[in-house]
Ligand binder design. Structure first.
Ligand code: PLP
Length: 149
């Protein structure tokens, strides 16, 4: 259930950008261009009214390596990282492979939808050894988009 592949075509603009990049022909290590910062900051500003400083951004090639880096940066070995299960299985690797413990807060299946168990969440997050929570939104695999509440 956790495979989150697209079942629709990628936007033509993205296909074209990939073709253009492939035509360049050099695929070695590269620098992060200024346009990357501007595109990223612009998207957040435009979509969510959230402005960020360029210095806050660190380029990362994918989501999972970014999660692993955050686990290492924000916690110390032996601490607990909370995930709401069932959840994308690779989150477990990012936690366990870095010597941290998984703290599960299982989602509840109520009224035909998965719900957060806030009592369980509060209890587990109040454990001083639980120093990070990975919130999956949209949630894979349960398909929920968590609302602000
Ligand atoms: C919740 C979630 N995070 C991360 C990934 C993988 O991201 P990446 O390939 O960028 O590491 C997936 C892929 O299915 C996913 O479902």
């Amino acid at each position: 259930m956790w495979v989150a592949d697209m079942d629709f075509q990628t936007a033509p603009e993205i296909q074209e950008a990939i073709r253009e990049r492939a035509a360049h022909g050099v695929f070695g290590y590269s620098i992060v261009p200024e346009e990357w910062y501007q595109a990223y900051m612009g998207w957040w500003e435009h979509r969510h009214g959230f402005s960020m400083e360029k210095e806050w951004l660190v380029f990362c090639t994918r989501v999972v390596p970014a999660i692993s880096s955050m686990v290492r940066k924000l916690t110390t070995p032996g601490e607990n990282v909370l995930v709401q299960t069932p959840v994308y299985n690779i989150f477990f690797n990012s936690i366990v492979n870095n010597g941290r413990n998984i703290m599960e807060s299982p989602l509840r299946y109520d009224e035909n939808a998965y719900q957060m168990d806030f009592e369980d969440l509060e209890r587990k997050l109040s454990n001083p050894q639980t120093t990070l929570m990975i919130l999956c939104n949209p949630h894979n695999p349960v398909g929920r988009i968590w609302n602000r509440d």
